[in-house]
Design a protein around this ligand. Structure first.
Ligand SMILES: [Zn+2]
Length: 440
């Protein structure tokens, strides 16, 4: 019998953790953090907090249901913090158990482990290629399938069992024009559908959007449409987006080059994600530079403020996170931002009250200083309803356990599954954190 442990991420967007058990052996998928619970953002470490405290805050998964299980592998779907951010705290609960993921994901996870201050994580970590099938015990094997999302090398994780495949989608969208060249591996997905999928565990964050999520190429068009026309005449230009969104950053660098401006990426997290991407050949930094240390940041911002028309600043802080570069600029701490500047938000507002409040504060401060703002030059990295329907039809799974979402998102997914012939309680299961779904 297959059991799905819906450890965490089944009542919220964030702190994802799921486990698949077959015949007493367990494969863990993701160990994420929930950013809003500790007021943190891409620039801040959770490493200084003890595990118990973070679990009590609801910032990392409570994995007590797995503690006496025989875990044979830990896998990561992709490198976002709500999927890998708790590795430094939780991997030590499973000593010596190997960790697998794609190279970009594993390099980011190693970074998390390195900055962990309470524990020394000694689990071996392996970079896995797409298409490789790794035997993790006599009965179980794991496989990573290429998919598109808002970070490089995102994957679906497949746990192969003697009863059929368990497919965990991670976060995904079906992007057929991804500017980084990554494409969903439809061929392998269809093959799996023919071989037999026992359980599908899909993300649910945008399933209520009755559409297909547009390609990243659309976001690039939105940016070009502003920067390469009106932007050419602007004085100070400041763009803000997700530090891990390498495709978007690459486009901003390309646009800056086209405009004859230098792209300057400011902030520790931008330097971190682009640094690893550069190592792996996933981004070309030609014509751009990234600055991370507080002194370098101060120096470069002074330089930019004296000749704004020569630069395109790319900064952290699109959600108004305290301490992020844009927030500090809006406060007037590190840059004299004002009427001459335009701020382009290449990111949506993450829909939780904390983000909305912080973003409101940020925008109000910018407005008071006379800054022009251009919002929403962005498309989501998450599948909408019709992408999900396509996946269900491709895989034709026997059972579905919707994941990664608030209760209403999981039920929206269940409703979609019912449209596709499933029935709640029979073969589609809406679970909560800390429960087990037994697949018969
Ligand atoms: Zn993600």
């Amino acid at each position: 019998m297959i059991k799905i442990y819906t450890v965490s991420g089944y009542e919220e967007v964030g702190k994802n953790m799921t486990a698949v058990e077959y015949n007493g052996e367990v494969v863990i998928i993701d160990m994420g953090i929930r950013l809003d619970r500790v007021l943190i953002h891409e620039d801040v470490n959770i490493q200084q907090f003890p595990t118990k405290e973070l679990q009590k805050l609801g910032a990392i998964p409570d994995d007590s249901m797995l503690r006496n299980k025989k875990v044979v592998a830990i896998t990561f779907t992709h490198g976002h913090l709500d999927h890998i951010g708790a590795v430094g705290k939780l991997a030590v609960h499973y000593p010596d158990v190997p960790i697998y993921g794609t190279p970009y994901t594993i390099k980011l996870a190693k970074g998390e482990v390195k900055s962990e201050q309470y524990f020394e994580v000694k689990n071996p970590m392996y970079e896995t290629d797409f298409g490789e099938i790794v035997q993790v015990s006599e009965n179980l094997a794991v496989e990573f399938i290429r998919i598109t999302h808002s970070i490089p090398q995102a994957s679906m994780v497949i746990v192969h069992t003697p009863e059929g495949a368990v497919v965990h989608t991670g976060d995904f969208k079906f992007d057929n024009n991804n500017p980084l060249g990554e494409k969903p591996d439809y061929k392998r997905l269809k093959e799996l559908g023919r071989e037999g999928v026992k359980v599908l565990i899909p993300e649910s964050t945008r399933v209520s959007e009755p559409t297909k999520t547009p390609s990243e190429a659309v976001a690039q068009m939105l940016l070009e449409d502003f920067f390469l026309y009106e932007g050419m005449e602007a004085d100070g230009l400041i763009a803000t987006t997700f530090a891990s969104h390498i495709a978007r950053l690459q486009e901003l660098i390309r646009i800056a080059n086209k405009m004859g401006r230098q792209a300057v990426l400011v902030g520790r997290s931008l330097a971190k994600y682009t640094g690893i991407a550069k190592q792996l050949g996933l981004i070309k930094m030609k014509g751009a530079r990234a600055v991370r240390s507080p002194n370098a940041v101060k120096k470069v911002l002074k330089e930019v403020s004296q000749a704004r028309e020569n630069y395109l600043l790319v900064v952290t802080g699109h959600q108004g996170e305290p301490g992020a570069v844009l927030t500090r600029m809006a406060n007037g701490d590190i840059y004299d931002i004002g009427k001459r500047d335009t701020v382009v938000f290449s990111a949506g507002t993450i829909p939780n009250p904390l983000n909305q409040a912080q973003r409101y504060v940020l925008e109000t401060k910018l407005k008071m200083k006379g800054v022009r703002m251009i919002k929403d030059l962005h498309v989501s990295g998450h599948a909408s309803r019709e992408d999900h329907r396509y996946l269900i039809r491709m895989l034709n799974p026997e059972n579905i356990v919707p994941a990664h979402g608030e209760f209403r998102m999981l039920t929206h997914y269940a409703e979609l599954a019912e449209e596709e012939g499933y029935l709640i309680g029979r073969d589609v299961f809406v679970s909560r954190n800390g429960y087990t779904v037994e697949i018969r």
